[in-house]
Design a protein around this ligand. Structure first.
Ligand code: ZN
Length: 207
């Protein structure tokens, strides 16, 4: 259907699998990787290299495999939690490059951290992957537009399916704010026929 192929670095594929392993255990990951839909991944497990060869299709197939293995509801919950767990591995790999782990950044006021963090996080995807993110800000919200999204690549669905991104952003916000919880919701998804995937974040924390 879609002939163009886009990629994540191998390292990001690895980070996703590590996050998933934290949620369902090594045995769970091994079982999911037995499914025919992820045959390509299980035959070429992602490495820690920066080589941009982990396809968007593979990212999407992994999300679908979770739904096949645990049912649509269970799969969605696990995708969300695996996104949260992935953040820790991501920040370990990319944090210093983004300048987000420096003391000067940690000491900024929350609104500045949210603004700077969102743009620098978007820049990571825009510069180092084929994913495209555009950040829009209003008085009350940060709107994270994923204009080319690996999570729902080549999928059609009734409801938004990019739960991993929601989890990742939830955890990023928790970390940035030093332990606050934010409302993060996927309000549009390419898989549902929307133009692109949109994740809407309330700037004011819930707690
Ligand atoms: Zn998506």
């Amino acid at each position: 259907m879609n002939e163009t192929t886009y990629y994540y670095p191998q390292k990001m594929g690895r980070i996703i699998l590590l996050g998933l392993e934290e949620v369902i255990g090594k045995g769970g990951v091994d079982a999911v990787l037995q499914l025919p839909i992820v045959q390509e991944i299980s035959q070429n497990l992602p490495t820690l290299s920066n080589e941009q060869t982990f396809s968007f299709k593979a990212v999407s197939q992994l999300q679908q495999a979770l739904e096949q293995a645990y049912g649509p509801r269970g799969g969605r919950g696990l995708a969300l939690r695996s996104g949260r767990a992935s953040f820790k591995y991501g920040i370990r790999e990319y944090g210093s490059m983004l300048g987000l782990t420096e003391m000067a950044f940690r000491l900024l006021p929350l609104p500045t951290k949210l603004h700077t963090g969102a743009h620098s996080f978007a820049g990571l995807f825009n510069k180092h992957t084929d994913q495209r993110v555009r950040v829009e800000e209003t008085e009350t919200h940060i709107i994270w537009h994923i204009e080319r999204c690996p999570l729902c690549w080549d999928r059609t669905a009734e409801e938004p399916v990019c739960h991993l991104a929601v989890g990742l952003l939830q955890e990023a916000l928790y970390w940035l704010s030093g332990g606050k919880v934010f409302s993060v919701e996927e309000t549009a998804c390419h898989a549902c026929g929307d133009d692109h995937c949109t994740i809407t974040i309330q700037k004011a924390p819930l707690t």
